[in-house]
Design a protein around this ligand. Structure first.
Ligand SMILES: Nc1ncnc2c1ncn2[C@@H]1O[C@H](COP(=O)(O)OP(=O)(O)OP(=O)(O)O)[C@@H](O)[C@H]1O
Length: 285
């Protein structure tokens, strides 16, 4: 079945565009077997407009994280190109990429240095790259803590003194300190309790409204994607098989695989009760 696609109207250059991305992995064969290649992405096209949030959904192994790594410049595609605000990512250095795009990942704990206090963790990109004075950096970090819903006193705490939700707030602060226009969220709430998930999702929405961020939001939780994203791309075995505005995709899915995914999610919600569904109003974790 051909790709079912309803992209948005284009104005100026998108925050992110991937064109014809192909990525294969070489798999080691057993001793007497030849090496094999696995096609993780087979010609993926996707555009994310400024300030937009695009969900990427699909079953485990369909290529979502591979695509995220390519969008972040952490993995080179075999072919195709990634453009950030119209400029090829391949022509940018690490710092320039970091000013455009930052990740927020599933497990904030493993990415927070346990020996450093939170202020230093959040400040690191500024210390390395900004050329700002210590006083300016300190003030920016303290303001960023407040932006993500933590008081200034948290600057002196350490990662092991925080709850999971607080750690994810620190990871968000660190991602935003260089003021990127795009954030790639790869399962940012799936390691958190349901009530804390809701708080982090609401924080992401609030930050998007305040800072005009664009999000690529990868999640297995379709209810969260429906709540947060304006557009959704559905991936199956390394291909985007359907892409549409969230409302249309959830109400009138066109591709059989999208229908299967939505049916499976409905069955899951039926089994678990409504708790896996969209975030409610809550106070900070
Ligand atoms: N470094 C690697 N070497 C070999 N194969 C890999 C590597 N990374 C991923 N793969 C394979 O590529 C395919 C896509 O993996 P990827 O992690 O991108 O999928 P995913 O949709 O993010 O899955 P999940 O939702 O479980 O994280 C899978 O078949 C996976 O086993």
């Amino acid at each position: 079945m051909p790709v079912v696609s309803e992209g948005p109207a284009h104005g100026h250059a998108p925050a992110l565009e991937v064109r014809g991305i192909v990525k294969t992995y070489r798999l080691r064969g057993a001793l007497f077997q030849p090496k094999r290649t696995l096609t993780a992405l087979g010609s993926v096209d996707l555009a994310v407009q400024r300030g937009e949030s695009v969900g990427i959904v699909g079953e485990s192994g369909c290529g979502k994280s591979t695509l995220a790594k390519i969008m972040l410049g952490l993995l080179a595609p075999d072919s195709g190109e990634v453009l950030m605000n119209g400029r090829p990512l391949a022509a940018m250095g690490r710092l320039e990429i970091g000013r455009h795009v930052q990740p927020i990942l599933q497990d904030p704990y493993s990415s927070l240095n346990p020996r450093k206090c939170l202020g230093d963790i959040i400040a690191l990109p500024l210390v390395l790259h900004s050329g700002k004075t210590k006083t300016e950096i300190r003030e920016e970090v303290l303001a960023m803590l407040e932006t993500v819903g933590l008081s200034r006193g948290y600057a002196q705490r350490y990662p092991n003194q925080l709850s999971g939700g607080q750690r994810q707030r620190v990871a968000i602060a660190r991602a935003l300190i260089l003021k990127p226009s795009l954030v790639i969220c790869d399962e940012p709430t799936s390691a958190l309790d349901v009530s804390v998930q809701a708080q982090i999702i609401n924080l992401l929405i609030d930050l998007q409204n305040r800072l005009g961020l664009a999000y690529v939001f990868i999640s297995h939780n379709l209810a969260v994607v429906e709540h947060l994203c304006t557009r959704v791309a559905v991936m199956q075995t390394g291909q985007i098989v359907e892409e549409a505005d969230t409302d249309r995709l959830f109400r009138r899915p066109q591709h059989p695989y999208t229908r299967t995914l939505l049916d499976a999610a409905m069955t899951q919600v039926g089994r678990d009760g409504a708790c896996a569904a969209a975030p409610a109003q809550t106070s900070p974790a």
